[in-house]
Design a protein around this ligand. Structure first.
Ligand code: ADP
Ligand code: ADP
Length: 229
């Protein structure tokens, strides 16, 4: 677990005259173990902000720290984060077990430790009976749980969720939301969760960052955000 600090974060796509400013100086301090939802309309810069924390997008100006470390110049793999995407990004030819184990195999973790961690994640996410299946033999909700399992087994300091529920139908969305809450209760990992859905934001957030047109307009608990005079 770790705190996350965003100091004067600015993002421009492109350079010189062609530069398009999309984030205009965001400041936020996220506490150790907090579940933060970043919410706002399409195009307001949520995903760009998340991708800068992940190291998938260069920071134009400002400082991002995870725990005590400034991560501006660190590669994604060095940041101790795990990201869950909208489209799951599972390997179609690999079993559920191998999909979850992949990152640990690359990191050359011992076999018995890989098995222990995958089994633990599968237990939390109720995937134990599906470990031999291929992604195409799973429902959408099950695929998203595998994607979360793959993130958990790496035991990251920070979870980053980029609209992970938006490809699911209403029922599965509600179920997976509960799954994510349970995960956070059990593991307490500091999380940033991006969505354009206000109901989702209110349900999941301990605090929420409300973005609009590249600015952070509010940062508070759902009560604070929706009951401002
Ligand atoms: P959100 O996640 O809130 O929908 P994004 O962070 O995806 O918003 O996008 C913020 C703004 O940045 C949008 O205007 C989008 O068109 C623009 N943008 C995103 N990616 C790029 C890119 N690679 N090059 C240029 N502009 C981009
Ligand atoms: P969705 O409509 O959410 O994509 P599916 O209709 O694909 O769900 O799957 C419904 C159920 O059937 C799921 O529990 C899934 O695990 C199971 N299932 C789907 N395809 C296969 C398969 N090829 N072999 C075994 N079980 C499957």
């Amino acid at each position: 677990m770790a705190s996350i600090s965003l100091k004067n974060i600015v993002k421009r796509y492109g350079t010189g005259k062609a530069a398009v400013p999309v984030i205009h100086g965001v400041n936020a301090e996220v506490k150790d173990g907090e579940f933060i939802v970043i919410v706002g309309p399409s195009g307001c810069g949520k995903s760009t902000l998340l991708r800068m924390v992940a190291g998938l997008e260069e920071i134009t100006d400002g400082t991002i720290s995870i725990g005590a470390r400034v991560v501006n110049n660190l590669e994604p793999a060095q940041r101790d984060i795990a990201m869950v995407f909208q489209n799951y990004a599972l390997y179609p030819h690999m079993s559920v077990f191998d999909n979850m184990a992949y990152g640990l195999k690359i990191a050359k973790a011992p076999k018995d430790e890989i098995k222990a961690r995958v089994d633990k994640a599968a237990q939390i996410l109720e995937l134990g009976h599906l470990l031999e299946r291929k992604p195409r033999q799973l429902s959408g909700g099950q695929r998203q749980r595998v994607a979360m399992g793959r993130a958990i087994v790496r035991q990251p300091q920070v979870f980053l969720f980029d609209e992970p529920l938006s490809n699911l139908d209403a029922k599965l969305r509600a179920q997976t939301r509960i799954e994510i809450q349970k995960l956070h209760r059990e593991l307490g990992i500091t999380s940033l969760f991006v969505t354009h859905d206000q109901v989702e934001a209110m349900t999941l957030a301990q605090r929420m960052i409300v973005m609009n047109a590249g600015n952070m307009e509010q940062f508070g608990t759902p009560e604070e955000v929706y009951h401002t005079p």
